[in-house]
Design a protein. Structure first.
Ligand code: C2E
Ligand code: CA
Ligand code: CA
Length: 558
């Protein structure tokens, strides 16, 4: 190509008509030079950069030796009456042939095609050679921000760390809060502007390290640990973006992986940094966090839980345990709470503290809760058949259940199937669900109570419930959170608050169950306060169903 960016062709042919014909084929954006013999051809080749040379067959062998055009496709002009001409042209170095007289369409097509083909070859070779050509740059760099892209970052960061084994590095993953919202609220250009601004800031402030935009609004840097100040970097980023005067609060969050083994694949280092990041995302106080090995463990555990949960339900790996609630005035068991357990074939018993939060995130809790409710109904029914007595049992109703329109129908269906009445099945709904205070939830709870199900507010006092609200909430029983009991012995305040809660509850006609009682001393305090219903390890841990039955029998004998 010559300076003026037009494609440039050379036609070498002694017959003037052929040259004229040829020139007519190509539109104006081609520059076409002519030569009538080898000498003029060589001279022109020397002075110009051709994209293709089209020559009569008899010049091909000579032109093939010209080093200046070793990288340029040669097209031979052959006589259609000469049977072997085409084959010979290829043999001596032409890349394509055209025949006389010229068919305009075919000639144009063939010449353009070889030029394109050679261009592609040059690109491929450039990639293979690792040459820093324009093309190479294009492939390595994120066009929006000019930072290196993901693959390049992986490669270069790996080289950097392995070539400087004596230096300790961080791999740090950055994310922007609410970037999606910004893209929704403003034009896409605003989002792009933020990304470019951040990229500039990274470029300017990262010395001896690498920065990359690895996707969307995620940046990763690799920097030496020595003298690196993450707070300064985050403040700088925030400030740079704030200077754009976007009315939305844009905040940068960072997860930091201190590299211990430089041979670990960089994508895994990024994953770990990202894991640390996820811990603090959306948290205004903590803008960065360090990775630790425990996170990986937790992540693997969560993966296992999600992987195995469906099979667990199908293969009956879930079971209920029952923990008695004692009436200390009457000295008897007056109900029990059903708590789910998972007996994993490889990992043994898993406690609900580990899997319930995962199920609440992915929605599986709804299936598990329904399973538990049915097990409880079976138990009550079975117990009634064996002893003639009914012990009401309370079950946990995760908030997610309320999104299912058939919740009430399902519960009533269970009652019918096992011939039970609603008072036998108590529903525990956590305080935090009430605090959402959605009208919909409140009205569903009212309907449950109208149907006759007792409703308990679980973990009362763990959240932000105001005592004032209590009088408007549809509950029959408050389950006082364990944290209160923990504090009873140390804090006069906890004692006073609990006393107040119990008075208020009783005045409002609610029952109170105190959870988590472990010691005689705690029990004494509670007796003093007038508490009568107690659930806790002091009396019994949650028990397998058969053990619970034995406990029941024993307590009746007394
Ligand atoms: P929760 O509903 O508040 O249940 C009480 C938890 O406290 C149970 O833990 C119980 O074993 C424990 N606990 C009882 N007395 C004491 C005590 O004296 N000291 C101590 N330290 N702990 C005591 P668990 O069984 O591990 O259950 C933990 C949580 O998992 C439950 O808290 C509940 O939120 C959830 N959960 C358990 N089973 C189910 C279920 O079937 N469905 C749903 N949605 N959640 C469940
Ligand atoms: Ca509960
Ligand atoms: Ca509780």
């Amino acid at each position: 190509m010559n300076e003026n960016d037009r494609l440039c062709l050379l036609i070498v042919d002694e017959v003037e008509d052929n040259r004229k014909e040829f020139k007519k084929i190509f539109p104006d954006d081609y520059e076409i030079l002519e030569a009538v013999n080898e000498q003029t051809a060589d001279k022109l080749i020397n002075e110009n950069n051709f994209d293709s040379v089209i020559a009569d067959l008899k010049f091909i062998a000579h032109l093939k030796d010209n080093k200046k055009i070793s990288d340029v496709p040669l097209v031979a002009i052959v006589d259609p009456n000469d049977e072997n001409a085409g084959e010979m042209a290829i043999e001596i170095g032409a890349f394509e042939i055209v025949t006389k007289p010229f068919n305009q369409t075919i000639v144009a097509y063939r010449v353009q095609n070889v030029i394109k083909h050679f261009e592609d070859l040059r690109k491929i070779r450039a990639i293979k050679d690792g040459k820093i050509s324009e093309l190479h740059k294009y492939i390595e760099i994120d066009p929006l921000t000019g930072l290196m892209n993901r693959e390049t970052f992986y490669k270069r960061a790996s080289n950097l760390m392995q070539e400087n084994i004596e230096i300790k590095y961080y791999v740090i993953y950055f994310d922007i809060s609410c970037f999606k919202a910004i893209n929704d609220l403003f034009q896409i250009e605003t989002g792009n502007l933020i990304l470019k601004t951040a990229a500039n800031y990274f470029n300017k402030s990262i010395k001896n390290g690498l920065c990359s935009r690895i996707e969307a609004d995620h940046f990763v840097i690799c920097v030496p640990q020595a003298n690196f100040d993450i707070e300064k970097l985050i403040i700088g980023l925030d400030r740079a973006v704030r200077s754009l005067n976007i009315t939305h609060n844009v905040l940068f969050y960072a997860g930091i992986y201190p590299v211990s083994n430089p041979a670990l694949p960089v994508d895994q280092m990024c994953d770990r940094a990202n894991m640390a990041l996820r811990k603090i995302k959306g948290n205004y106080m903590n803008r960065y966090a360090y990775y630790d090995a425990g996170m990986r463990e937790l992540m693997l555990q969560d993966h296992m839980i999600v992987r195995d949960m469906e099979a667990a339900l199908n293969e009956n790996q879930f079971a209920i345990f029952l923990q008695p609630v004692y009436n200390i005035v009457k000295n008897s068991i007056e109900s029990a709470e059903a708590l789910v357990r998972w007996f994993h074939p490889a990992n043994g018993m898993i406690s609900p503290g580990k899997f319930i939060p995962v199920f609440e995130r992915n929605g599986f809790i709804v299936k598990v809760d329904r399973f538990v409710w049915e097990e409880v109904c079976k138990f009550i029914n079975n117990q009634r058949e064996e002893t003639g007595d009914v012990l009401p049992i309370s079950v946990n109703v995760s908030r997610l259940n309320f999104y299912n329109l058939d919740l009430l129908e399902f519960l009533l269906g269970l009652l019918e199937k096992y011939d039970l009445e609603p008072w036998m099945l108590k529903l525990e709904i956590t305080e935090s669900a009430y605090m959402d205070n959605s009208h919909q939830l409140m009205s569903i709870i009212r309907v449950f109570r109208e149907e006759g199900f007792p409703v308990l507010m679980d973990d009362f006092g763990s959240g932000y419930s105001s005592l004032n609200m209590l009088k408007n909430l549809p509950v029959d029983v408050l389950k006082v959170d364990m944290a209160f009991v923990r504090e009873l012995e140390e804090s006069e305040r906890a004692y006073m608050i609990l006393k107040f809660i119990m008075n208020l509850a009783h005045n409002l006609g609610m029952d109170v169950v105190v959870e988590g009682v472990e010691t005689q001393k705690q029990l004494d305090y509670l007796v003093n306060l007038g508490a009568d219903k107690i659930q806790g390890y002091f009396f019994s841990r949650p028990l397998p169903v058969n053990d619970f039955k034995k406990l029941l029998e024993k307590s009746k004998e007394k």
